[in-house]
Design a protein around this ligand. Structure first.
Ligand code: GDP
Length: 366
């Protein structure tokens, strides 16, 4: 599965948001949820198309696709130098696919801010600096290792990698994030192998007060976050931890009414899940049988056999062809069967790249 780590300074609302996420998942019957460990929650990716397809078939089961969120505490100023929980958080962050950085944009006299007053620009700087410093340390260790290998049998590759490591180290040393670093296509695999934190897709989550949620851009703190995020090409999601916590206590129907009453079209957590999914470059395809209508997640540009492998590796191994109907055609024709009768079902081979919204039936040899 794909994992999004929630980071941020203490008292910005990380746990509140994480708990709301996991509780919201637990509350709605159709959305299976489980807790792997207190800090890891599996949440369903909300997708109205799933219910539309289900309504065509009336299956026994409807199964949404999921994403994992991890509450990563312990990131404080100086963490890369061993402050607070020190480097413990690093291994957690290294393991996630994307980072959601919660930034406090709400004022509340009763809740102290670790660095004094509210200042998102400073908070973003503190966290990013810790991530950058940690990445620099790991590059320095790599440099040492590579330098020792310079006279070895793979001198040519080692020299190339060392040059990249040094260039990247200089880039980070200027206070820039790894994802702002430009590499040639053939350097991309090397960079991925470094497993840095600042090369991961980053999303800023503004935690605003409930009074600001309808018109968040009036809040100067939100403007600050947007400005910095735009420079970095990072995503921004705005939510109110307090409101999300309230919503998470409600059932699906009640939650919808509550949102309507305050004038919101969807919960902030839905937006967070959706954006996280976007950020990771993920798409959804569907399988639709009488037993089960189900959504599956794959990275964009995944070929049909590899997309089938998320269901079962046997399908990838014995892959014959994919029978593909687009969601739009299924809706226009009424269902998948009628779409096939009207010539809208395509037979695709092993080089077909699965598209978002494809409804697929895989043929394979057992
Ligand atoms: P963490 O340390 O980042 O995990 O922060 P918590 O989620 O524990 O929140 C710290 C405090 O801020 C708690 O007392 C929360 O109830 C409070 N808090 C979280 N989100 C909001 C919010 O949107 N508005 C207000 N006023 N308080 C919040």
């Amino acid at each position: 599965g794909f994992t999004c780590g929630i980071v941020g300074l203490p008292n910005v609302g990380k746990s509140t948001i994480f708990n709301a996420l996991t509780k919201a998942g637990a509350a709605s019957a159709n959305y299976p949820f489980c807790t792997i460990d207190p800090n890891v929650g599996v949440v369903s990716v909300p997708d109205p198309r799933l219910n539309t397809i289900a309504a065509m078939i009336n299956p026994q089961r409807i199964v949404p696709t999921t994403m994992e969120f991890v509450d990563i505490a312990g990131l404080v100023k100086g963490a890369s130098q061993g402050e607070g929980l020190g480097n413990q958080f690093l291994s957690h962050i290294r393991a996630v696919d994307a980072i959601a950085h919660v930034v406090r944009c709400f004022e509340d006299e009763n809740i102290t801010h670790v660095s004094g007053g509210i200042d998102p620009a400073r908070d973003m700087e503190i966290i990013n600096t810790e991530l950058i410093l940690s990445d620099m340390q790991s590059l320095e260790r790599r440099m040492e290792r590579l330098t020792k290998m310079l006279k070895g049998p793979q001198a040519k590759e080692v020299t190339r990698e060392l040059a990249l490591v040094k260039r990247l180290h200089e880039h980070l040393n200027e206070g820039k994030m790894g994802f702002e670093f430009e590499v040639a296509d053939d350097e991309q695999p090397m960079l991925a192998g470094f497993q840095l934190m600042t090369t991961k897709p980053l999303l800023y989550v503004c935690n605003v007060s409930e009074d600001d949620i309808l018109d968040p851009d009036k809040n100067p703190f939100v403007q600050m976050v947007r400005k910095r995020a735009a420079q970095e090409n990072a995503g921004v999601v705005i939510l109110s931890g307090k409101i999300e916590a309230e919503i998470s206590e409600l059932g699906e129907e009640e939650a919808r009414e509550f949102l309507q009453d305050i004038g919101l079209s969807e919960s902030g957590l839905n937006a967070l899940i959706r954006e996280g999914y976007q950020l990771l470059g993920l798409i959804t395809y569907f399988t639709a049988g009488e037993k089960e209508v189900r959504a599956w997640t794959v990275p964009r540009n995944t070929k049909a056999p590899q997309a089938a492998a998320v269901i079962h590796t046997d399908i990838e191994r014995g892959f014959i062809r994919a029978e593909v109907t687009s969601f739009a055609d299924a809706v226009t024709c009424g269902n998948v069967k009628k779409a096939a009768e009207q010539g809208k079902m395509r037979l695709e081979g092993k080089d077909y790249e699965v598209l978002d919204g494809d409804i697929i039936y895989f043929r394979f040899n057992v």
